[in-house]
Design a protein around this ligand. Structure first.
Ligand code: XLS
Ligand code: CA
Ligand code: CA
Length: 438
């Protein structure tokens, strides 16, 4: 059965096209810096937003119909979501998907039954993957929705709950390996606190690390060769989440000896919630060799919460793709649209339009970032800015071949600094504008 029979295939028609069901900029075979666009941009569909979320918010219930003509909370519905999801991805040319365990099947009271359902649905998904060539990018366990996680999962006060979290992680890893996923994500939505008055921070962080070590040991044992990812987020649902931002997560991974197996999954909206730009989080990850994957969405700076919008800000995606290209791409990662339609955009057609917007915005980002790199003025300026370290005293500092006394003597001899190079910010911003719009 076809769910989206109003559209056969979304094709590239170019910037002049007024067809709402065509790409204006995402031309999958167009070669950018030696590689076709679709190889730069491993786009993924997030099972949860696209096939499950139907518009419920704190103030009102569903506005969209995601039943796909089946009775919700049944295995028939789970299968209908698979059918709809694969039809959707095929029609858009999306080559990957990401999932939480509980996105795939209705959770049963008994975890045995949930696992049985998961086995059944992933057999079905595997069959669809073989038929279509669509792949799994990453899997994860939802360790935040079930009420048992009210005090955390890895960070819970209750050892029984810790075991249930372990059971879910084990199963989600089994499924990720079964589906050939190249990533496994930990997003710690409940790993944080509301008040320090009831929280032993050291104990909780050590236990989160214990759960991650157990996951790495098990994953490697069953043949998972991909990357584990931490997805930083500063808050929401908790007031404070331990994986606050990239720098915090990197410190945590190093402190607990997890940095060889983990990288980061950077979400645009989480970056801005942490008071950073998206580009900042990507740069911090990249310079630490920890840029793993990207949750491709956009927040609203006027709202203080995680709106998970489809990206449309071309400056943001340009700077994102600049970082990704400079980092040499995302090895085991991709661009997962952890994004949902706005609540009033409640039709099946809107689902397509959301992805068309997001894919086109990233395609523009890629085209622009390649132009910035090929233009060379930004990179040349940065190299020039630090050129005093290329020779003379600067080089000796880098070579580690000076003492503090020698440097002091050097400065005392010079008496004063005559001039320091301008930071040139406005000129560089103007260069970016002329590259983008010239
Ligand atoms: C929530 C997170 C979540 C993770 C996966 O804010 O973005 O969806 O990506 O658990
Ligand atoms: Ca996310
Ligand atoms: Ca989010």
């Amino acid at each position: 059965m076809a769910y989206f029979d109003f559209i056969d295939q979304v094709n590239y028609e170019g910037a002049q096209s007024t067809n709402p069901f065509a790409f204006k900029f995402y031309d999958k075979d167009r070669v950018i810096l030696g590689k076709p666009m679709h190889e730069h941009l491993h786009f993924a569909m997030a099972w949860w937003h696209n096939l499950c979320a139907a518009g419920t918010d704190m103030f009102g219930r569903d506005t969209a119909d995601k039943s796909f003509q089946a009775m919700p909370s049944t295995m028939e519905h789970a299968r209908a979501k698979v059918d709809a999801g694969f039809e959707f991805m095929q029609k858009l040319g999306i080559e990957y998907f990401c999932f939480h365990d509980v996105d795939l099947v209705p959770e049963a009271e008994d975890i045995h039954e949930t696992n049985k359902r998961l086995d059944e649905i992933t057999d079905y998904i595997l069959k669809k993957m073989q038929e279509t060539g669509i792949q799994c990018l990453w899997g994860t366990a939802n360790l935040f929705s079930n009420p048992r996680y009210m005090n955390g999962a890895g960070s819970t006060n209750d050892a029984n709950v810790f075991c249930f979290a372990a059971a879910q992680v084990k199963k989600a890893l089994d499924l990720t390996v079964k589906l050939g996923g190249t990533g496994y994500v930990f997003w710690g939505g409940r790993e944080g606190y509301e008040t320090l008055l009831n929280t032993d921070v050291k104990f909780e962080q050590e236990n989160i690390a214990r759960l991650m070590h157990l996951a790495v040991d098990y994953g490697r044992k069953i043949g998972f060769t991909g990357d584990f990812f931490i997805e930083p987020k500063p808050k929401e649902p908790m007031k404070h989440q331990y994986d606050f931002d990239a720098a915090t997560a990197i410190g945590f991974l190093r402190q607990y000896g997890l940095d060889r197996d983990f990288k980061l999954n950077i979400e645009a909206n989480h970056a801005t919630l942490a008071g950073h730009t998206f580009q900042h989080e990507l740069r911090i990850s990249a310079v630490n060799n920890m840029l793993g994957s990207i949750d491709a969405n956009q927040g609203d700076l006027l709202l203080g919460w995680d709106t998970d919008e489809f990206p449309y800000d071309v400056y943001e995606t340009t700077m994102c793709m600049y970082e990704v290209l400079k980092a040499g791409g995302l090895a085991n990662g991709g661009f997962n649209f952890d994004a949902k339609n706005r609540r009033p955009s409640n039709t099946y057609a809107d689902m397509f339009k959301g992805f068309i917007l997001g894919m086109d915005t990233f395609a523009l980002g890629l085209i622009n970032a390649a132009k910035i790199i090929e233009d060379g003025r930004i990179d040349n300026f940065i190299s020039e800015k630090y050129s005093s370290f290329h020779s003379g005293i600067g080089k000796r500092i880098l070579d580690g071949d000076v003492t503090l006394e020698e440097l002091s003597e050097y400065a005392l001899d010079k008496k004063k600094i005559d001039c320091i190079m301008s930071g040139n910010q406005e000129a560089l911003q103007s260069i970016v504008n002329s590259i983008l719009f010239g």
